[in-house]
Design a protein around this ligand. Sequence first.
Ligand SMILES: Nc1c(NC[C@H](O)[C@H](O)[C@H](O)CO)[nH]c(=O)[nH]c1=O
Ligand SMILES: CC(=O)[C@@H](O)COP(=O)(O)O
Length: 167
Amino acid sequence: MATNLKNLSEYDASLVASAEKMKFGIVVSEWNPDVTEELMNGAYSTLEKHGAKAENILVAHVPGSFELTHGARQFIKHTDVDAIICLGCVIKGDTPHFDYVCQGVTQGITELNVKHKIPVIFGVLTTDNQQQALDRAGGKHGNKGDEGAITAIKMVALTQELKASKK
Ligand SMILES: Nc1c(NC[C@H](O)[C@H](O)[C@H](O)CO)[nH]c(=O)[nH]c1=O
Ligand SMILES: CC(=O)[C@@H](O)COP(=O)(O)O
């Protein structure tokens, strides 16, 4: 389903566990800050809306979306967060660089999910132009940061449920 058929900020709150005892890392790209800071605001406020404490939401900035993988890896290595939300905005330019950045960050985040035990959420907008990005950062299609936060809470809850079922 395309985003224009599903608002990124609409979800069934009854299906979202409390985040009160969860800890999150948010990695934010500094490229296109008018977009990525809105994504961060959406993710942060959504986590708090579902009970996450401010002291349990750690935020780090990296230069660009290509660096989101390394930023997330540092959260895994040096902190005890339960999930990491990667937020970026890659907008197509005049050269194929867009394709390589998108491929790199997608592969990088996928590899972190395969190699490590905590969910790393792909909250990266990859758009043809700035308006498409703005529409998905608090505009008419909602906020990708909200979606990232809800996804993180759901994946942490799933992980905790499955761990408990083993005992
Ligand atoms: N053009 C965009 C970039 N490019 C920068 C790369 O992400 C990376 O920081 C650089 O290649 C150095 O490694 N990044 C974005 O996040 N968004 C863009 O539109
Ligand atoms: C995704 C990018 O790196 C891109 O926006 C840079 O623009 P250009 O391809 O015109 O150099």
